[in-house]
Design a protein around this ligand. Structure first.
Ligand SMILES: *Cc1c(COP(=O)(O)O)cnc(C)c1O
Length: 380
């Protein structure tokens, strides 16, 4: 049996977590949270990186910081995870879905401008599979229309666009450290902030609407309720687990890229025969091997191929059902212009097993399964 995902684990986590326990500081914002934040600030160039309890919560914080109000419109792709939309729906926004590009499965930057109305407040690019959206174009549109850009970089930790870290290009960026992501703390995330003038409000939102962060730094002598907020601090135990992985970030990244490249080389002959399509990474993007996906002719071939693989013990899985056709998507959003690619392309796509420490023999196994489906078993 080859699993679809194995949560990242280097072996050092045990020691770091034990140290957090023995520090007698297991709530949030202790030593390990600070170390993680600092590591990401140095790596990405963001003014501030705040660890959160999830990427979903980082997106919710970004929606509050962006001042999203009932009736505002927020532009995003329909081919994404529910949290991308929910964070804004919770503030009363309407979601305006824009079609994707078939090459990267990312929002089509050329279709964004025509979706803008006088109610539009923000654009939310989602970097699918850790491959960047066309950020220069998106930032230029946002500047001309005075819109806020919030990057859903849940899958984009360690990826870059023209040398810049994903999550650090827009006004806000959101990372995920869920167990299905490249670096994990079980459940967790981070909010990246570009403009330092947002930092104080972000700290208040994250600390239940209080100025406790200022209090801990000794800047005030008692803390109080100053604004709206919630509780978005992860425990030190989780932060310690993550920090162990950040200490080996390059090793994890290189290992995933090695697996990704192996898949690509072994599957290229099937692409050359026109049987499958492999992921495309534009020149200006460096990705992080988050995901290896394959596209087949249509949803019917996909269904048969996934069933065939499952039978031989390989867990490949499809991905997002487009949000605009879901019950909540119909209620809270609208699709701007034509759905030329979102529904059709998402129906063709499935993801292959991919995790840190995946063995060459396992990759060979997955590939030979796909090959035997196309070369012998496709009439099953
Ligand atoms: C994983 C993911 C999320 C949610 O992350 P959580 O940390 O589980 O809240 C949001 N958006 C995208 C694109 C994701 O892949």
């Amino acid at each position: 049996m080859i699993p679809f995902n194995v949560p990242p684990y280097t072996g050092d986590e045990d020691e770091y977590v034990l140290r957090a326990i023995h520090n007698h500081k297991i709530s949030g914002d202790g030593e390990y949270t600070k170390l993680c934040s600092k590591w990401f600030e140095e790596k990405t160039g963001a003014s501030k990186v705040l660890l959160t309890t999830s990427c979903t919560h980082a997106l919710e914080m970004a929606a509050m910081l962006a001042g999203i109000e009932p009736g505002d419109e927020v532009i995003m792709p329909s081919y994404t995870f529910v949290s991308t939309a929910n964070a804004f729906v919770l503030r009363g926004a309407r979601i305006v879905f824009v079609d994707i590009r078939p090459d990267t499965m990312n929002i089509d930057e050329k279709l964004i401008e025509e979706a803008i109305t006088d109610k539009t407040k923000a654009i939310v690019p989602v970097h699918y599979a850790g491959v960047a959206c066309e950020m220069d174009t998106i930032m230029d549109i946002a500047a001309r229309h005075n819109l806020i850009v919030i990057e859903d970089a849940a899958q984009g930790v360690m990826s870059t666009y023209k040398g810049r870290s994903l999550g650090s290009i827009g006004d806000f960026g959101c990372y995920s450290f869920h167990e299905t992501k490249n670096y994990s703390m079980g459940e967790g995330g981070a909010l990246l902030i570009k403009d330092p003038s947002y930092i104080e409000k972000a700290e208040i939102i994250r600390e239940k609407g209080t100025n406790r962060s200022k209090f801990y730094r000794g800047e005030i002598d008692k803390y109080t309720w100053v604004d709206e907020g919630s509780s978005y601090l992860p425990s030190e135990i989780n932060a310690a687990y993550l920090y162990a992985q950040l200490m080996r970030a390059d090793e994890i990244n290189n290992d995933r890229l090695k697996s990704w490249n192996r898949y690509y080389e072994l599957l290229e002959p099937l692409q050359n025969k026109g049987l499958i399509e492999l992921p495309k990474v534009p020149n200006e993007c460096e990705h992080n091997g988050h995901m290896f996906y394959v596209k087949v002719r249509d949803i019917e071939v996909r269904t048969r191929c996934l069933a065939y693989m499952k039978e031989s013990g390989v867990l490949a899985v499809f991905h997002y059902v487009p949000l605009h056709s879901s019950p909540a998507g119909l209620e809270y959003g609208r699709f701007n212009a034509d759905d030329e690619y979102t529904t059709i392309e998402s129906g063709k796509l499935f993801r292959l097993p991919m995790y840190y420490g995946m063995k060459d023999a396992e990759i060979n196994n997955v590939v030979s399964d796909i090959k035997s489906f196309f070369l012998n078993g496709s009439k099953n």
